[in-house]
Design a protein around this ligand. Sequence first.
Ligand code: OSB
Ligand code: MG
Length: 355
Amino acid sequence: MPLVAPFRTSFGVETTRDVLLVGAVAEDAEGWGECVAMTSPRYSSEYVDAAADVLRRFFVPAVLSGPVSAVSVAESLAPFKGHQMARAALETAILDAELRASGRSFGRELGAVRSRVPCGVSVGIMDSIPQLLDAVGGYLDEGYVRIKLKIEPGWDVEPVRAVRERYGDDVLLQVDANTAYTLGDARHLARLDPFDLLLIEQPLDEDDLLGHAALARQIRTPVCLDESITSARAAAAAIRLDACQIVNIKPGRVGGYLEARRIHDVCVAHGVPVWCGGMLETGLGRAANVALAALPGFTLPGDTSGSGRYYAADITEPFVLRDGHLDVPVGPGLGVTPIPDRLDEVTVSTEWLPA
Ligand code: OSB
Ligand code: MG
């Protein structure tokens, strides 16, 4: 699916989104899970074709070898390592089918306590500061309540300063480095301190919890982890080590919504604020993310933007911001379904498993 504008991060530029959807068809319902793996393994080791392969060869056969239920997916897949995004898509499809069959929504199932969630937007690296200021201004006009700037060495202090100077100190502002720095950059990153950022997301490598803990002692901006938080256990370790003060929860990265909820619970128990990340999802993934973001520990606005921030035409009814918020879907399961004609238009291949 073409993106409305190129999205540049420290790990690359995306102009289109290769989406892998898993559908689970039961007698009484059909469910959907969106796999958030990207085309190439730059954000994490996962990528779309690998996810399709591991689902086809290992995950779907393992899950279908016994009685199928969402809560038993993790157990069925326990013999296998990794591929959290593929796991998440499969578990979500089955959970959606179960919830639709019983008329219960994702929000209800996960424990949502709000009917709408405040929305932030993730703004890519641009060619120039004026271009960035135009983009940020447009999003603020649309009502986004929080701006996240993607940063990398050479595009960090100046864009942050420019946004603060132009739009003022009241804008909720944060940055995301996607692992682009090293601990040696600590003094440079401390130059972000005067700008009162909400947080800096994943400045160092994914496996560098001790580095994040050391960095957190050298800068005032709170450290938030994204890539490093691969499970509830990883979250507990990061918190214990003081490697982060805030956690970004992405269900795809952690193997699904059930593990995402466990991370939420761990963070709440430790007084660590969480927010819901995004992976440029279509309306299907977005619906579930918005439901998750309505849990009580999600006290910061997430990267749950409106459909129009990503796609001129979504594959579901678009999510549209109202007063800076998105409504949590209330219908059974995800509460949204693919529009058949739209799905046909963007589908490049379909595969039935078992074959
Ligand atoms: O690091 O949060 C990230 C998109 C793709 C991969 C990684 C990230 C992102 C974003 C955009 O920042 C979040 C979104 O709007 O979906
Ligand atoms: Mg991130």
